[in-house]
Design a protein around this ligand. Structure first.
Ligand code: GDP
Length: 485
């Protein structure tokens, strides 16, 4: 497929995803931004005019407040003096407020938490800056999303060296401050507030999602957040944001779909991995099926029951016709299906490949099975190339017509959200046998928040947050999780 020629046939509106994306970028520096439309179907959910206007005003704010600007220099100077000598104003000049995202956990988690932090920035008129570690360098994976500025936290950011040590017990931690009533005591204000939303956060940290407690950070100039969770569903449960979220996303299930397509554009390096694989193995097929295999059992596998589960799901959903017993009865067909398998190990795709090579299908359709890599182990903080492959594979999965994902996996959530696909989820087994049913259709394409609070903020007592709102429900794959439906 000649993707460059395709870009001349599509309208500027299409290229900019119905105005979701801003103009003003140099096309060559980020080819995926202009070429993605020739690989992926147009979204059936046009972004709302309100979302588009929020994004345009966000871009203007980021340009006004981002690294290198007078406002940024003033705010970081204020942070520096406050964290050093205790002088300076906690609330700053109020002109620009920031949320700094700290990298944590696997790449799928990172993508989901950046999207969550960005949504929070949109809702609270903040500017999002991302900390980019050395080996999982975000700049190596993603193009700059905002024109004429940068979202990367400058190397000389005043309190950067403190990031590693931040935790529940840090004096800057929101939950810790709440517990010790530090917000009431103006003399002990820290230079910034650290919001800990890591899965094992405590009950005080969780009150970040309570309107009244959350209001305490409204004017704080610098928020620093660390999370491994897609915390968007809990924002939907807050009166502060609910109405605005409904205006931005009339189709509620499109939050990650739109924000993901807006924020995450593979760099040219990664785009090469995506397009070369797609063009070589997937482009020519009549139908493309993605199967993402991620296991959270003891050891890396392979597990025989997982292989059987994949096969049972294929059969249950007739993703691929059964193999034929009698070759003479197989009609001649030139139709092809391409199956893209992603997994840390190669065994599952090898078995599928052999099955559909050694046997014809009952419809005569020819099945090609392809797996880009089998990296063996997760190496998020150790290898740039490893992360490029992971990102390229999430993106490739998002280009498929139908998608099978694995329960619990943020890797799969990213693919389904970007692709706008309601996935078939391979359920997690409780006893290392094939679950019945082996897979089921997700309620929405939204990711699951694995560690939501179970708390009624108004009544100040424990409550089932999955039963409070018709648009926020427990997830299919993680029963205590929450997702927007
Ligand atoms: P999760 O653990 O499934 O929620 O997904 P994450 O992306 O957060 O972390 C898993 C990490 O393991 C990925 O980022 C990759 O580094 C690696 N990984 C897991 N599955 C695959 C796969 O199918 N392909 C590749 N290339 N890497 C994978």
């Amino acid at each position: 497929r000649d993707s460059s020629s395709n870009t001349t046939n599509v309208s500027d509106d299409d290229l900019r995803l119905d105005d979701l994306l801003p103009s003003g970028f140099d096309a060559k520096s980020c080819l995926s931004r202009i070429q993605s439309t020739s690989y992926r179907k147009k979204s059936p959910f046009p972004p709302s005019p309100h979302l588009i206007s929020k994004l345009r005003s966000y871009e203007a704010r980021h340009k006004r407040c981002g690294p290198g600007t007078k406002s940024y220099k003033a705010a970081s100077l204020n942070l520096k003096s406050k964290s050093g000598s205790g002088s300076g104003s906690w609330f700053g000049s109020g002109e620009c407020k920031y949320i700094v995202w700290i990298a944590y956990s696997g790449l799928g988690n990172r993508i989901l938490t950046i999207a969550s932090a960005f949504l929070y920035a949109l809702l609270t008129d903040r500017v999002l800056l991302v900390e980019h570690g050395s080996k999982s360098d975000l700049a190596d994976l993603f193009c700059e999303p905002f024109p004429g500025t940068s979202w990367l936290l400058p190397d000389k950011f005043p309190v950067r060296t403190k990031f590693d040590k931040l935790g529940h017990a840090s004096p800057e931690c929101f939950g810790h401050m709440l517990k010790h009533k530090a917000f009431d005591n103006a003399t002990s204000d820290p230079a910034f507030v650290y919001v800990d939303l890591v899965h094992d956060y405590n009950d005080h940290d969780k009150k970040f999602f309570c309107d009244e407690d959350h209001a305490l950070v409204k004017n704080v100039e610098w928020l620093v957040v660390r999370s491994d969770n897609y915390f968007v569903p809990s924002l939907f449960l807050m009166a502060t944001f609910r109405e605005e979220l409904f205006r931005m996303f009339p189709a509620k299930v499109t939050v990650f779909h739109h924000l993901g397509r807006y924020l995450f554009h593979p760099t040219n390096q990664v785009w090469g991995l995506v397009t070369r694989f797609y063009d070589a193995y997937l482009a020519g097929a009549d139908e493309r099926i993605g199967i993402q295999v991620r296991t959270f059992y003891n050891g890396p596998g392979p597990f025989q029951f997982v292989m059987e589960q994949i096969q049972a799901c294929i059969q249950q959903e007739t993703l691929i016709p059964d193999v034929a017993n009698d070759v003479k009865l197989v009609p001649k067909s030139r139709k092809t299906k391409a199956v893209l398998v992603t997994s840390l190990i190669g065994d599952y795709s090898e078995k599928l490949k052999a099955r559909y090579w050694l046997n014809p299908t009952s419809s005569g359709e020819v099945i090609g099975v392809h797996q880009p890599s089998h990296e063996g182990f997760q190496l998020t903080d150790q290898s740039l190339v490893h992360n490029r492959k992971a990102w390229a594979e999430m993106y490739l999965l998002s280009l498929m017509d139908r998608l099978v994902t694995s329960a619990w996996s943020t890797f799969g959530y990213v693919a389904q959200g970007l692709g706008g696909l309601r996935p078939l989820i391979l359920y997690k087994s409780d006893n290392m046998t094939v679950p019945r049913p082996p897979c089921g259709r997700g309620m929405s394409m939204e990711p699951c928040f694995h560690a939501p609070p179970f708390y009624d903020c108004r009544l100040r007592r424990g409550a089932d947050t999955g039963a409070m709102d018709e648009h926020v429900r427990h997830c299919e794959d993680v029963s205590w999780g929450l997702k927007v439906v």
